[in-house]
Design a protein around this ligand. Structure first.
Ligand SMILES: *[C@@H]1O[C@H](CO)[C@@H](O)[C@H](O)[C@H]1NC(C)=O
Ligand SMILES: *[C@@H]1O[C@H](CO)[C@@H](O)[C@H](O)[C@H]1NC(C)=O
Ligand SMILES: *[C@@H]1O[C@H](CO)[C@@H](O)[C@H](O)[C@H]1NC(C)=O
Ligand SMILES: *[C@@H]1O[C@H](CO)[C@@H](O)[C@H](O)[C@H]1NC(C)=O
Length: 760
C-alpha cells in the first residue's frame, strides 16, 4: 500500500531554511483530470469474466456504464464509494494498448505512484511524464515481466543514476490475480547513494502530466491466434491509482492554496499554488518578489534557504530587476537595479535625484522629500534650471547649486558677481559690468548697485558712474574724498561753484585767482569802515538854525547854544561849539543794507552819550566830534547770514579777530591780518567786485593803492585817499606835491563846551 512506500521527501514544514509543503495524492479532487483511452461498457453491455484464484471457477457478467454501475476512470481516485462498495476502472476486454493520463493544472512535484489492480497486473507497461502540459513526453520507467524480451535495449533496474532510464521487472508478475500493485518511486532509495545535485532532483520531480501506457496483457497460457480482442478473461482493471506528490515550491513554501483554474477543492486535495516565503513569489515561488531582486533567484537547498535579497531602493521604488552583469561585477554582492524610482529620485538604488532635483543633505535618504526641485533664478541660471544633484567637494559639486551665467553667482544664480549689475533674462552673461569711474567710486565696496548699476561714489563725487564732482567741488582724483571743495571766496566769487577741471571760481569784476581772492592791479577792497563822513566836510549850522530840531532851537534841556564855527585841522578835526549843528552829507553806501551809524568821537573826557531825537541823532559829550561811519551790518550779507554755509565760521573769525570792534573804535586801529581777508570779501560783496584805485595822477606817487582801504601813496602835503587834496594850509597841487606850510593840528573843543550833532 501507499503507506508502505518509504517516503524520501522530508516532512512538511521548514527546516534548515528549506521548506516543504505536505505530500498527498494528486488525483484526489482531480477525477475530472484523468483520461483513459479505453473504458468498458461505454456503448453497450460488454461481457467480462473474473477468474478466481482457483482458476476453475469463473464468474462472468456485463459491464454497462448506462446501468449506473460505471467503471469510468474517475473510480480509481478512491478504492470504494461512500457506501463502502468497491469501485474500479475497467478497460475494454482484450484491448492491450490502453493509456491513463492525468493532466494537472500546473506543475507539481511527483514523488511516487502506486497502482492497485483488480485483475492481473499488466505484462508490460511504461510510465511517461510531461513537464510542458503534454507537448512532449518522456518515459520515466519501463515495467515488464521480461524486460529484455519486451523492451529490448532498455537496461534493467536499478540503474547507476537516479535519472537513468531502466526497466523494472519487480511489479509485472502474473500473481497475485487481484490486488497486485505496481509501484514507482522517482527518488528510488536504491539510486540515492549516487550524489545527485539539487537542481537535477528538482527537475526529475517536476511534472505537469503523467501517462501510464499499458501495453501487454498477461494471459493464462498461450495467446489465441486471432488476438485477444473481445476476450472476456483479459482486460485491465484498477481499483486505485495513487499519484503522490506535492505542490512545487522550490523549497520556498510549506503550504499551498488552490491555483486559479484548478478543480474545486475537496478534502485531502493537494493544491498547486504555493504560499511563498523567503520573499519569493509566483505559483511555484519560482521568482523573487518585485523588490527582492538583488541576488539571482535560487531554489532553496538543505541548509541554504536562498532567501531573495531586497534591493536597496531607499523606499522610493516598488520593484527592481536583477542585472547579472552588475552582480558579477560586484563579486556576487549585489545585482539589483531599482525600477521607476519615485519621489524624484533616480539611480540604481534611488540614491540620486532626477535631473532638475537635488538631494537635501538634511533629509534622510528615505524621506519622500529627499530630492528637492532645483530652485534656480531663470534670469541668472543656465541649462534650463539644472542644478547639482548632490554635494561632492572633490568634484566641485554643491547640492542645489544652479549653473550660473558668467557674471552671476549664488546658489540660485540670483545675484550679480561683484562689480556687475542688472540681472536680466536677455543678458547672455546675466549681468553687465559696472561702469564706474575708478577715481570717483569707493574702492573697497561692491562697485555699483547690483540692481540699478548706480556706482557707489566717494563723498564729494556724484553721477551714476561717479565721474562728476558734487556741486561746489572740483578735481576728481584718487583722493579718499574724490573731489576737493571749490572753496570760492564768498565775496570775491559769484558763488561757491567752480570749474570741474581746474577748480576756477567765477570771480566778480577785478578779482581773480582760483578762489577769486586776488585783486587785479589798480584795484582795492574797502575796509569795513570805508563809508565815512568827515566832520570837516560838513556844513556848520549856527544855533537856532531852522534846520536844527525845534527842541534844539528852543534851547530845551540843558542846551545852551552858540557856535564857535567850524575849523578843520590837519588831523581832520572839526570843532563844534555848544548849540551849533553840523550837517553832513551821508557817505555813499554801495548797497541797500542796514548800517550801524558809528560816531568816532575822540574825546579827552570820557563819557559820550548818543541818542535819537525825532529822527535826529543827538550826541552829547565832551570833546570834539571826528567822523561818522556807516558800518554795514555784515550779518545780513550773503555768506554771513546764519543760513549760509560757512557763515558761522566766518562770523566767528570776524569776532575772534575783533574786526568789527577795530572798525568802531577811534582812532581806527589797523586791521588785524585775519580781518583783511574777510574785509576784502565783504567789500567785494558790497561793491560787486574790486574798487578802482583812481589815484590822482599828480598827487599820487603811483597808480597802485593799498589793497585794503585803497589809500594811494601821496606826494608831500597831499592828502585824501586818492591824493587829490592839499593839506590845510598848503596849496597848488602839482607833480611835486602842495606848496606851503601845513597848519598845525587843531585842538579839541574847550572843556566848557558841549557838542551836539544832528544827523538827518
Ligand atoms: C500495441 O502497441 C504496440 C507498440 O506501439 C504495437 O506494436 C502493437 O501492435 C499494438 N497492439 C495493438 C493490438 O494495437
Ligand atoms: C524473455 O524473452 C526472451 C526473448 O523473447 C526469451 O528469449 C527469454 O526466454 C524470455 N525469458 C523468460 C524468463 O521468459
Ligand atoms: C503511450 O501511449 C500513447 C497513447 O496511445 C502513445 O501515443 C505513445 O506513443 C505511447 N508511448 C510509448 C512510449 O509507446
Ligand atoms: C557568482 O555568481 C555566478 C552566477 O550565479 C556564479 O556562476 C559564480 O560562480 C559566482 N561567483 C562567485 C565568486 O561566487
Amino acid at each position: 500500500s501507499a503507506q508502505e512506500v518509504p517516503d524520501m521527501m522530508p516532512p512538511p514544514g521548514c527546516s534548515g531554511g528549506n521548506c516543504h509543503p505536505p505530500t498527498g495524492n494528486l488525483v484526489i479532487g482531480r477525477g475530472q483530470s484523468l483520461r483513459t483511452s479505453s473504458t468498458c461498457g461505454l456503448h453497450g453491455p460488454e461481457l467480462y469474466c473474473v477468474v478466481s484464484k482457483l482458476q476453475d471457477s469463473q464468474n462472468c457478467c456485463f459491464c454497462d456504464s448506462r446501468d449506473g454501475k460505471s467503471h469510468g476512470i474517475e473510480n480509481v481516485v478512491s478504492r470504494s464509494d461512500p457506501d463502502g462498495r468497491k469501485t474500479w476502472w475497467q478497460a475494454e476486454s482484450g484491448v492491450e494498448n490502453v493509456t491513463i493520463q492525468l493532466d494537472l493544472e500546473g506543475a507539481f512535484y511527483f514523488t511516487h505512484l502506486i497502482m492497485t489492480f483488480k485483475t492481473f497486473r499488466p505484462a508490460a507497461l511504461l510510465l511517461e511524464r510531461s513537464v510542458d502540459h503534454g507537448h512532449s513526453w518522456h518515459v520515466f520507467r519501463y515495467f515488464a515481466h521480461n524486460c529484455s524480451g519486451l523492451f529490448p535495449g532498455i537496461p534493467p533496474a536499478p540503474g547507476r543514476r537516479v535519472s537513468d532510464l531502466v526497466c523494472d521487472q519487480r511489479y509485472s508478475d502474473i500473481e497475485p490475480a487481484t490486488e497486485g500493485e505496481v509501484i514507482f518511486q522517482v527518488l528510488d532509495p536504491s539510486f540515492l547513494a549516487e550524489n545527485t545535485n539539487n537542481a537535477e532532483i528538482q527537475e526529475l520531480l517536476r511534472v505537469t502530466n503523467l501517462r501510464v501506457n499499458f501495453s501487454k496483457l498477461h494471459t493464462l497460457g498461450d495467446r489465441p491466434l486471432g488476438g485477444l480482442r473481445g476476450h472476456p478473461f483479459y482486460y485491465y482493471a484498477l481499483y486505485e491509482l495513487v499519484i503522490a506528490g506535492s505542490c512545487l515550491c522550490h523549497g520556498h513554501a510549506s503550504e499551498c492554496r488552490p491555483a486559479p483554474g484548478s478543480p474545486p477543492s475537496v478534502e485531502g486535495m493537494v493544491h498547486g499554488h504555493c504560499v511563498c516565503r523567503h520573499h519569493t513569489t509566483g505559483t511555484h515561488c519560482e521568482r523573487c518578489q518585485g523588490l527582492y531582486q538583488d541576488h539571482p533567484w535560487q531554489a532553496a537547498e538543505p541548509g541554504y534557504p536562498h532567501t531573495c535579497q531586497e534591493c536597496k531602493c531607499h523606499g522610493h521604488a516598488r520593484s527592481c530587476h536583477f542585472d547579472m552583469a552588475l552582480y558579477l561585477a560586484s563579486g556576487n554582492v549585489s545585482g539589483g537595479v531599482c525600477d521607476a524610482c519615485q519621489h524624484n529620485t533616480a539611480g540604481r538604488h534611488c540614491e540620486l535625484c532626477q535631473p532638475f532635483f537635488h538631494r537635501d543633505p538634511l533629509e534622510d535618504p528615505r524621506s519622500l522629500h529627499s530630492c528637492k526641485p532645483c530652485d534656480c533664478n531663470p534670469m541668472g541660471a543656465l541649462e534650463g534650471g539644472l542644478c547639482d544633484a548632490y554635494t561632492d567637494t572633490t568634484r566641485g559639486l554643491l547640492s542645489g547649486q544652479c549653473r550660473c551665467k558668467v557674471h552671476v553667482w549664488g546658489q540660485r544664480c540670483d545675484s550679480c558677481r561683484p562689480g556687475h549689475y542688472g540681472l536680466s533674462l536677455t543678458q547672455s552673461e546675466g549681468c553687465q559690468p559696472c561702469r564706474c569711474n575708478a577715481r570717483g567710486r569707493v574702492p573697497s565696496t561692491q562697485a555699483c548697485d547690483p540692481s540699478s548699476g548706480a556706482c557707489h561714489c566717494k563723498r564729494f563725487v556724484s553721477g551714476r558712474d561717479c565721474s562728476r564732482c558734487l556741486p561746489e567741488f572740483w578735481g576728481l582724483s584718487s583722493d579718499s574724498l574724490g573731489c576737493r571743495p571749490c572753496d570760492c571766496d564768498f565775496g570775491g566769487a559769484y558763488s561757491n561753484r567752480c570749474s570741474a577741471g581746474q577748480g576756477l571760481c567765477l570771480c566778480r569784476p577785478h578779482l581773480h585767482g582760483r578762489h577769486c581772492q586776488e585783486l587785479q592791479s589798480g584795484y582795492f577792497c574797502a575796509t569795513l569802515d570805508q563809508a565815512t563822513a568827515e566832520a570837516e566836510h560838513g556844513r556848520s549850522l549856527q544855533p537856532a538854525d531852522p534846520q536844527l530840531p525845534v527842541s534844539v532851537q528852543q534851547g530845551q534841556g540843558e542846551i545852551k547854544a552858540h557856535t564857535l564855527g567850524l575849523r578843520a585841522g590837519r588831523a581832520h578835526f572839526a570843532r563844534v561849539v555848544d548849540g551849533a549843528g553840523l550837517s553832513l552829507l551821508a557817505p555813499t553806501v554801495p548797497r541797500a543794507l542796514d548800517y550801524d551809524i558809528v560816531l568816532r568821537y575822540e574825546t579827552q573826557v570820557s563819557g559820550m552819550v548818543a541818542s535819537q531825537v525825532g529822527g535826529w541823532c543827538q550826541v552829547v559829550g565832551w570833546g570834539s566830534f571826528l567822523t561818522v561811519v556807516l558800518l554795514p551790518r555784515v550779518g545780513e550779507l550773503p555768506g554771513l547770514r546764519s543760513v549760509d554755509p560757512g557763515a558761522l565760521r566766518r562770523l566767528q573769525e570776524l569776532h575772534e579777530a575783533g574786526c568789527l570792534e577795530a572798525a568802531r573804535v577811534s582812532p581806527p586801529q589797523s586791521m588785524p591780518e585775519a580781518c583783511a581777508r574777510l574785509a576784502c570779501s565783504i567789500s567785494a560783496l558790497l561793491h560787486g567786485g574790486g574798487l578802482a584805485c583812481e589815484c590822482h595822477l599828480q598827487g599820487s606817487l603811483s597808480t597802485e593803492c593799498a589793497p585794503l582801504g585803497g589809500q594811494c601813496p601821496c606826494r608831500p602835503n597831499i592828502t585824501g585817499r586818492t591824493c587829490d587834496r592839499c593839506l590845510p594850509g598848503t596849496f597848488g597841487l602839482g607833480p611835486t606835491g602842495c606848496h606851503g606850510e601845513p597848519s598845525g593840528p587843531v585842538g579839541v573843543g574847550s572843556g566848557t563846551s558841549m557838542s551836539f550833532l544832528y544827523v538827518a
